[in-house]
Ligand binder design. Structure first.
Ligand SMILES: Nc1ncnc2c1ncn2[C@@H]1O[C@H](COP(=O)(O)OP(=O)(O)O)[C@@H](O)[C@H]1O
Ligand SMILES: O=C(O)C1=C[C@@H](OP(=O)(O)O)[C@@H](O)[C@H](O)C1
Ligand SMILES: [Mg+2]
Length: 182
């Protein structure tokens, strides 16, 4: 059983993925984290030093490596779907969920972010709108399911995804009950 999350920066792939892994008792891997371990510096520094194409090459290698042994929950980077090879690897080897979000919601979440190189621009909301328009078709092409992230909290999104995975027969129904509120 392997699930991959795709979506724009700030959609919650990393945060929801980590919590989903805990809930389903499955390993969680974030491609950005794997890349940072390989390069020994932050993605933002790597972008500045080596450029976006070098980052995309590394991202493609990491996705191919992970797809060779798919397991657990995978959070991808927002641009993973840009390359056709990645779209195919993800779709063929994972149950892919698109965490869909409006640029406005993403902007609210990320307006103070300094880690995402593509958003360090004068008009991050405009950039998010451009990224949404350019990438939404790729996310849809790659995904088996779409989940809207505008209103639900992270905990609610985990519940929604678990329910979808149960309905799709990917996880056993009722085997992973929601934690009672503390
Ligand atoms: N549904 C949500 N509601 C509120 N905050 C969220 C939600 N999803 C993500 N966040 C917050 O937005 C920020 C970006 O989330 P992150 O998981 O890093 O996104 P991604 O990995 O998709 O770029 C984090 O601070 C996270 O806690
Ligand atoms: O959208 C993108 O092209 C990127 C998104 C980032 O991941 P998140 O989607 O987790 O922010 C990270 O992979 C890199 O900064 C490039
Ligand atoms: Mg992330």
């Amino acid at each position: 059983m392997a699930v991959a999350l795709v979506g724009l920066p700030g959609a919650g792939k990393s945060a929801v993925g980590r919590r989903l892994g805990m809930r389903l008792d499955l390993p969680f891997v974030d491609t950005d984290h794997v890349i940072e371990q390989r390069i020994g510096c932050s993605i933002r520094d790597y972008f500045e030093r080596e450029g976006e194409i070098a980052f995309r090459d590394l991202e493609q290698t990491v996705i191919a490596d992970l797809a060779a042994n798919p397991q657990g929950i995978l959070a991808t980077g927002g641009g993973a779907v840009l390359r056709e090879a990645n779209r195919k690897q993800l779709r063929d080897h994972f149950h892919v969920i698109y965490l869909r979000s409006s640029p406005e919601d993403l902007f609210r979440r990320l307006r103070h972010d300094v880690k995402r190189p593509l958003l360090q621009v004068a008009d991050p909301l405009g950039r998010l709108r451009e990224l949404h328009d350019a990438r939404d078709p790729f996310y849809r092409e790659t995904a088996h399911d779409v989940v809207d992230t505008g209103r639900p909290t992270i905990a609610m999104l985990v519940n929604i995804i678990v329910m979808q995975l149960e309905l799709a027969g990917i996880v056993e129904s009722g085997a992973h009950p929601e934690e009672p509120p503390a």
